[in-house]
Unconditional design. Structure first.
Lengths: 368, 982
């Protein structure tokens, strides 16, 4: 049993109930919504407010199930006309008060950008993933960062350090490479899979032991379009626990406030097509003929927005709109927003572990 | 993770690899860095040089050289050959003595360390008691006399290095035998000099620092005493033992008679040669007798303190002739080559050999005017700092002879004396081919070295300065000193590290060995095309400007100005004479250069773009700007941020070096200070370690700096547009991972002057990983690299296969990648950086022949990485064959200086003045192989020395007749070369 409330066009409210444990399929839910609101001929976007007050979309079975299960007991569902959807409203912080500052700073042409249908899985592009969980020790994590087509900088620094290893002769201090800094707003930070003081063990399958900082730097940069880093996280409390692998999305975690790595691998890799990745890697650009050389065309124009996906706590897909446009002014403002974001954060290191904002209402959304 | 698996080993290939590849560091060319000691054996006619890093190098006849390294890496202070032996003793600055000997092994001589020994005093005695200051190997070959700081003279048995304590000459023993009022204990402190009597081996002359000179008879401990009131520096016997000469701290020298009856002799003559004003010390002196009665007095130092105290001089006085040779750097030591035959009545000195800090100078004392002798080895590579190098293998004889003849015209002021240090015999096989190493220098010169064999020998020196107007006045002659100038200084040596104008520096060299065309490019965007002319000539150099920024506007170059050119005809000496000058605008340093002598085209690139110049029609064909609009750094020029980066780099190197030097323990009064410094440095280092170094991980972007920097240019006749027609093409690779290909239309030879050369951009390849492109190569239908221009025309190469499809190899700092042509699509690749974390610094195609069979050879890539490793990578499949560690990865300048040859050899700088030569090939190996035989020793333990040629002939008789034949053939050839070059 669970209650749902819908915020409707021009602020029309409906209240209805769903079976919390058998909510059914998204398709049915969608039809139900359209029926309740008598808008059968409209394309709408359905969203909900999660426990942290973030506005998240409902567009498939997974997130529908997640949304219903997170209702306590009420689930606030937001419905918007498909062509009016402002995607930047989704994601972390979207319902928090800080949103206001963001919105007012954003200029108008940024708000009016082509609409993307994000309802189907093929519109998602992986930005990062945890891979090879089944073959790695539980204390290690292999993270894949997909930078292609993404304008975000990789955004991290590495340093020399010492690590303690268990050897047959007892504990031994050995030199190691560690992540020393995360660039706020960078890809590495936004994934939440890497953190400062994580020890780097491998780069794209090559062990870094015995290699110098400069060598490891060169290896990472050489692999920057498809970087796979195996780390030993400094915070070992979020490790994947193997036995829970089969228990679905409600995977166990040792820390309820920051249990963001508890998803099974199958989920993580669901949108990942390895062959696609390999071919992308080789995409040198060849311009034939005597054209006056222009600026290098963008590689990936499929999606003008880039989405980062996080296996977050109690949610299957958290979408974060990366405010990236392909024109130059867009890139500049993108930078500004990153700066802004970083200045807003009190502690960027923990920003992805502990959800920001809490359950604060966002004025803009309420007045709708 | 399948792609990380290694392919299985193919045993056949593995065996073949062993026949093809082998890594050896073979010989060090050039002048030893930081020499610290010199020794000479008149018996072996070998010279030894010790360095501050503990190396010891022996040199004899050209090709005869040995090298040894003291384990301690301490400074070599003194070197003494044991008379009439193939042995020598070195004294290091840690007061240890080392005995080295030349032993024959496997048909060749080797230098080996036999013993080491440190003199120990009685317990509790100060270290100065045993601090060795003077070493005298006795002619009996049985003992070594060691003078010490305390004044004691210890006797050491050879070769066991056992102290013969009962024979120690203590200061007390000496004082007992002299009863002078003004002699006290302190008079016998610090032994400055020990000299054996030339006729009576039982007497040795002892010189103490405070001026006391004692002739000590070893048999009956008798002594004769002389007393000088000046602090003593050194002593030298006259040949007959009737007189000796002493030199002093105040710049004077004194002759003393030796007679048994006179107990307190007066000096015969006491002179201050450069008085009357205070002079610097004379630290070493020779007194050489001649047939005509006028002795040679040769001494180091003694210059007037106030006016010439900074000069590094050695003076030669012979009758009324007096010359003070003025050296370009500090004099380490010197010796005189004279008749060592004890039966000869006179010394008859023939040559003065001076080891200065930066070069070796030999003066011919027999010829009028005392000219310098051109050394066949120990060339000062760094007489002006080396800025680039270029190696050309297998030079056609004709070009070789023409270069030698041009060089011989430059060497007219050298003496024609044969090289006087001619000990040992070179038994190495003849060099397989004639190789040239060209070095570009900071002062705008290019030096042509004979790099065929063990001796790197200067053939010809080319200066580009004449083309330009520089601040330095060409009439500003160094030898403006008039006849009546005093002191009679004469500059000798070639070391001149000061560049008049840094813009003149040479950055890129390309020599076409078939046509004799040479292209040289420099720091201020200048590109010169030259032609070899056997006569000197006066002509106008055609001048063109290439504006590489063309359509880009609003940029301001803040770097140096372009060089001003000389108007009107310029006189050029015989040799390479420039006929075309292209100046890039902005005048940034030329970063890449290619010359096609068949098409008569020269291509050049800077950080702004590249251009193509037709040097036949003297017309600029096109320019292409590669600059990214946001790249401010490249636009502002080298004087802004780059310079400060350079400065900080230099400072950090200095810091490293300082800490390295100070961590080395030193004795003496300066020791405490040094230790304190070392401690300070270490503290500073620890402090530095507190702030961890971090590296940013970021993908390269088009907006990075210097992406437009043109790294490589390449001409190829290949299929660029379609697979049916091939055409000339120009390829350029940038720092930002872009490759541009231009299709060229070169008119046929008969209309070459009538129709213009046309170029059209055909392709642009942007490598996804954006790493700097360091090499471009086209492989023909047989996967063989395209031949060099004119190579086929000269029947030296098979014509390229134009039937099969061509392939393009692009080498970036991170990857090797093969593409198909004409449609560029990726075929295979080797991701070096992703796999190993190293980056390509240098890459060349090299031909490797099998040591087992003559009919097998293959082309591979020789690669030097930023870690100093050398890798051989197969063509066309890009498989790593073998890897050798070669250069320390911290040695950035060594890695930057590396140059590969076309036959799997290479050179890199191990110091500013030395090239290390290495070989990757089993077949081509140039390394010293020589033999030093004990010359015949007569009953009186001395050699009957003969003239140089007789000596050589006699030595040859040791070898089999076939060897002799070959040897004489070599000698003939060498003599021929010498005739031409001297």
């Amino acid at each position: 049993m669970g209650g749902s409330k819908s915020l409707f066009f021009g602020a029309e409210f409906r209240r209805f109930s769903l079976d919390r444990y058998k909510p059914g399929k998204f398709e049915d839910f969608y039809k139900l919504i359209l029926h309740i609101h008598h808008i059968a001929n409209l394309e709408v976007m359905i969203g909900y407010a999660d426990v942290h007050g973030d506005l998240l979309p409902i567009n498939n079975d997974d997130n529908f199930f997640k949304a219903v299960s997170s209702a306590h007991p009420l689930l606030r569902v937001f419905i918007q006309r498909q062509d009016e959807v402002d995607y930047s409203n989704f994601g972390t912080n979207t319902l928090s008060r800080k949103k206001k500052a963001l919105v007012t700073l954003r200029n108008d042409n940024l708000r009016r950008r082509p609409h993307i249908n994000i309802s189907m899985p093929h519109d998602f592009r992986p930005v990062s993933s945890i891979i090879d969980v089944d073959i790695l020790p539980e204390t290690h994590r292999r993270v894949r960062l997909y930078r292609h087509g993404c304008e975000k900088p990789l955004g991290f620094y590495i340093r020399d350090g010492t690590s303690v290893r268990v050897t047959p002769h007892g504990l031994e201090k050995v030199p190691g490479i560690f992540i020393s800094r995360m660039v706020p707003g960078g890809l590495a930070e936004s994934t939440g899979l890497l953190a400062v003081n994580d020890e780097v063990l491998e780069v794209n399958g090559i062990e870094v032991a015995g290699k110098t900082l400069d060598q490891v730097t060169d290896m990472m940069i050489a692999n920057s379009h498809n970087l796979i880093i195996t780390v030993k996280p400094a915070n070992q409390r979020n490790n994947i626990i193997r036995s829970s692998r089969m228990s679905g999305s409600s995977g166990q975690s040792t820390d309820s406030t920051a249990s963001h790595h508890s998803l099974p691998t199958s989920h993580v890799l669901q949108n990942f097509h390895p062959d696609e990745m390999e071919s992308d890697e080789e995409a040198d650009i060849v311009i034939e003929g005597g054209l006056e050389p222009q600026h290098i065309p963008k590689l990936h124009s499929i999606t003008s927005s880039s989405l980062s996906r996080i296996n977050g706590s109690s949610l299957s897909h958290r979408l974060q709109r990366d405010l990236v446009l392909n024109n130059n002014s867009g890139r500049e403002s993108n930078g500004n927003i990153h700066k802004l974001l970083s200045s807003l954060k009190t502690d960027p290191r923990h920003s992805l572990v502990i959800p920001r904002g809490g359950i604060e209402e966002d004025g803009t959304v309420i007045t709708l | 993770m399948r792609r990380f698996l290694r392919p299985g080993h193919d045993p056949v290939r593995e065996r073949l690899k062993r026949d093809l590849f082998q890594f050896n560091k073979t010989v060090e060319h050039g002048f030893p860095h930081q020499p610290s000691a010199l020794g000479y054996s008149p018996f072996l006619r070998l010279m030894a040089i010790g360095t501050r890093s503990g190396a010891i190098k022996l040199y004899g006849a050209p090709g005869v050289e040995f090298m040894g390294l003291h384990e301690e890496n301490n400074t070599v202070m003194q070197i003494h050959f044991i008379p009439d032996q193939c042995q020598l003793v070195t004294l290091l600055d840690d007061n240890s003595l080392h005995l080295w000997s030349l032993k024959q092994h496997g048909g060749a001589s080797e230098l080996r360390e036999e013993h080491r020994f440190t003199l120990k005093g009685p317990p509790g005695s100060p270290p100065s008691a045993t601090q060795v200051t003077a070493v005298l190997p006795h002619s009996s070959r049985e003992v070594l006399y060691l003078g010490t700081e305390s004044g004691s003279i210890f006797v050491l048995e050879l070769p066991s290095f056992r102290v013969l304590e009962d024979r120690t000459i203590s200061p007390e023993a000496v004082l007992q035998r002299i009863s002078e009022d003004n002699c006290n204990r302190r008079s016998c402190e610090l032994v400055e000099a020990l000299r054996e009597h030339p006729k009576n081996p039982d007497q040795i002359l002892i010189g103490y620092s405070r001026g006391l000179i004692v002739l000590w008879d070893l048999q009956n401990n008798k002594s004769f005493v002389w007393l000088s009131f000046q602090q003593l520096e050194n002593l030298y016997w006259q040949r007959d033992g009737s007189k000796f000469i002493s030199c002093h701290y105040d710049g004077s020298y004194t002759q003393w008679p030796v007679s048994s009856d006179n107990r307190q002799p007066e000096p015969l003559e006491n002179t201050v040669p450069y008085g009357p004003f205070p002079c610097k010390a004379i630290s070493k002196i020779y007194w050489q007798t001649t047939k005509n009665g006028l002795p040679y007095i040769i001494f180091q130092g003694g210059m007037p303190r106030a006016s010439y105290g900074d000069r590094h001089s050695i003076s030669v006085i012979h009758g009324s002739q007096q010359t003070a040779f003025d050296f370009t750097s500090r004099v380490i030591d010197f010796f005189i080559i004279f008749s060592s035959d004890p039966a000869a009545e006179f010394d008859d000195p023939s040559a003065l050999v001076v080891l200065a800090e930066e070069e070796l100078v030999v003066i011919d004392l027999k010829s009028a005017g005392w000219p310098a002798v051109h050394p066949p080895y120990l060339a000062s590579l760094h007489c002006s700092a080396i800025t680039c190098s270029h190696h050309v293998s297998n030079i056609p004889l004709k070009l070789w002879e023409r270069i030698i003849s041009a060089g011989s015209k430059q060497n007219i002021h050298y003496s024609s004396m044969p090289w006087p240090i001619d000990g040992g015999t070179n038994i190495a096989p003849d060099p397989p081919q004639r190789d040239l190493l060209l070095t570009g220098h900071e002062d705008g010169t290019v030096r042509f070295w004979d790099a065929s064999g063990v001796c790197l020998h200067l053939l010809y020196k080319l200066s580009t300065v004449r083309v330009f107007l520089t601040d330095a006045d060409p009439n500003d002659n160094m030898n403006t000193l008039g006849e009546d100038e005093w002191p009679p200084l004469r500059k000798v040596g070639t070391f001149d590290p000061y560049s008049d104008d840094p813009r003149l520096g040479i950055q890129k060299i390309y020599l076409c060995k078939y046509s004799g065309y040479l292209a040289v490019a420099g720091t201020a965007g200048q590109v010169l095309v030259m032609e070899l002319n056997d006569e000197d000539a006066e002509h106008v150099v055609d001048h063109a400007e290439a504006d590489l920024l063309q359509d880009q506007e609003g940029y301001r170059w803040k770097g140096h100005e372009k060089l001003k050119t000389r108007d009107g005809p310029v006189r050029f000496e015989a040799g390479f004479q420039p006929f075309v000058l292209v100046q890039c605008q902005p005048p940034a340093v030329v970063t890449s250069l290619a010359l096609h002598s068949e098409w008569k085209l020269v291509a050049f690139g800077t950080s702004h773009g590249f251009g193509l110049f037709d040097h036949q029609q003297k017309r600029l064909v096109f320019v292409k700007c590669t600059l990214h609009p946001s790249d401010q750094l490249a636009l502002e020029g080298p004087l802004s941020r780059v310079k400060s980066l350079k400065k900080s780099l230099r400072q950090s190197f200095r810091r490293i070096r300082r800490s390295r030097v100070s961590s080395r323990k030193r004795r003496g009064p300066a020791g405490a200070v040094q230790e304190a410094n070392a401690k300070f440095d270490q503290d500073a280092l620890q402090e530095m370690e507190l702030a961890p170094v971090q590296r940013k991980i970021e993908a390269r972007s088009a907006e990075d700096s210097f992406t437009g920097f043109v790294r490589t240019l390449y001409f190829a006749d290949t299929f660029l547009r379609d697979s049916s027609r091939h055409c000339p093409s120009l390829w350029a690779g940038t720092n930002g991972g872009t490759v541009y290909a231009f299709c060229l239309r070169v008119p046929p030879a008969e209309r070459r002057m009538d129709e213009p050369v046309r170029a059209e951009q055909a392709k642009e390849i942007q490598l996804m990983h954006r790493a700097p492109v360091v090499g471009i190569l086209v492989l023909d239908g047989r996967s063989t690299p395209l031949p060099e221009p004119l190579e086929v025309a000269h029947d030296l190469s098979k014509s390229p296969d134009m039937q099969g499809s061509h392939q393009l190899l692009v080498v970036s700092e991170e990857q090797f990648k093969v593409f198909t042509l004409p449609k560029v699509s990726s075929k295979l690749k080797l991701k070096l950086t992703a796999l190993e974390g190293c980056r390509v610094r240098k890459v060349t195609v090299a031909n490797f022949g099998s040591c087992k069979t003559d009919d097998y050879s293959e082309n591979d890539l020789a690669v030097l990485t930023n870690l100093g490793d050398i890798q051989i990578i197969s063509l066309p499949f890009l498989k790593l064959q073998i890897r050798y560690p070669c250069i320390r990865k911290e040695d950035v300048s060594g890695i930057a200086s590396c140059v590969f040859t076309k036959y799997g050899q290479g050179f890199y700088l191990i110091s500013p003045s030395e090239f290390e030569r290495f070989s990757l090939s089993t077949k081509w190996l140039v390394e010293p192989r020589c033999i030093v035989e004990m010359p015949e020793v007569t009953s009186n333990n001395h050699v009957h020395n003969k003239s140089g040629t007789e000596n050589a002939a006699r030595k040859s008789s040791f070898f089999s007749s076939s060897l002799l034949e070959r040897k004489s053939g070599r000698l003939m050839e060498h003599a021929l070369l010498n005739d031409e070059s001297e």
